[in-house]
Design a protein around this ligand. Structure first.
Ligand code: AMP
Ligand code: MG
Length: 282
């Protein structure tokens, strides 16, 4: 067997009712029975298939189609969101990918509803949108740091569910990937950023401030899983201590979604035989 998933990634990683983040093994490789080497070669293979299906999606978008894909990446600092962008989405034609990173809101963004900047960055039909952080920050960092009072963040879970319902109804497949690492793994990755001059640019002293609130973040993530892993836009819990597994898993989820769109090449709006004849005469 070329592939070594014992269970499809969408099934083994999906956050269902009763998901317990505190008991989650961030070093596991659920559903995967192959070696690391096998995983790396399958990730590359998936990239080629993704690329081909993405081109079909793009063609569909160019001919009036409405479908798009949105990959939402959430996770603590160093969880490997950037690595997914580089190593997984990097395998697809950049013309087909719409990447947006969400940092601390600008004064202009803050003057609008928190979904305003999100709506502005949604993928147009035919594209794969990738969010490096997302509207979920508005119930994660915002909740943990009490940037707004509870009566403001509390209704956001339902509002986010309704927002995502709207996206799905308009033709977007929403894949929400939570990159989950252990506190020890984060320490190792932050240490590396501090010890290597070529990694200093990735380090932010504020990362330690957030790390010190690890338990509060765990709680806030648990609430996100409990309240926003819906039928129409489920969360996938990606064990991310092993970067090779996280990359394989996300590539697999994106590929499965593209396959699920089941798109054909669009029919020509001209007569190819007649055009060929014209070409021959020209
Ligand atoms: P990075 O992804 O490492 O470049 O960091 C971006 C920073 O922006 C993180 O510390 C996020 O928590 C923060 N951030 C993103 N969205 C929001 C938001 N809505 N409110 C406050 N901080 C945010
Ligand atoms: Mg950071």
């Amino acid at each position: 067997m070329a592939k070594r998933w014992s269970t499809p990634a969408a099934e083994s990683l999906r956050v269902g009712p009763g998901f317990d983040f505190a008991a989650f093994d961030t070093a596991a490789t659920p559903g995967w029975e192959g070696s690391r080497k096998k995983a790396e070669s399958l990730t590359a293979e998936n990239g080629e298939e993704m690329s081909e299906l993405q081109e079909r999606l793009y063609a569909h978008g160019r001919t009036g189609g409405t479908r798009s894909v949105l990959l939402v990446l959430q996770g603590m600092d160093t969880s490997g969101k950037g690595g997914i962008v580089r190593h997984v989405m990097g395998m697809v034609d950049p013309q087909g990918v719409q990447l947006k990173s969400f940092g601390k809101p600008t004064p202009e963004e803050l003057s609008h509803h928190y979904l305003w900047r999100i709506r502005n960055a949604l993928p147009v039909p035919g594209r794969i949108g990738v969010f490096d952080r997302s509207h979920y920050e508005d119930v994660l960092v915002v909740r943990v740091n009490e940037l707004v009072p509870p009566d403001v963040w509390e209704p956001r879970y339902e509002e986010i569910n309704a927002f995502e319902r709207e996206l799905v109804d308009a033709g977007t497949v929403v894949i929400k990937a939570a990159m989950l690492i252990s506190k020890d793994e984060q320490a190792a990755r932050l240490r590396e950023r501090l010890e290597r001059p070529d990694k200093h640019w990735k380090y932010n002293p504020g990362d330690i401030d957030e790390r010190e609130k690890w338990d509060a973040y765990q709680e806030a993530y648990q609430a996100v899983f409990d309240r926003t892993s819906t039928e129409h836009a489920p969360w996938y819990a990606i064990p991310a201590d092993n970067k090779w597994f996280a990359r394989l898993a996300v590539a697999e989820l994106v590929l499965e979604s593209l396959e699920g769109l089941d798109l054909d090449w669009p029919a020509a709006d001209f007569d190819p035989a007649a055009e060929l004849a014209r070409l021959e005469r020209s």
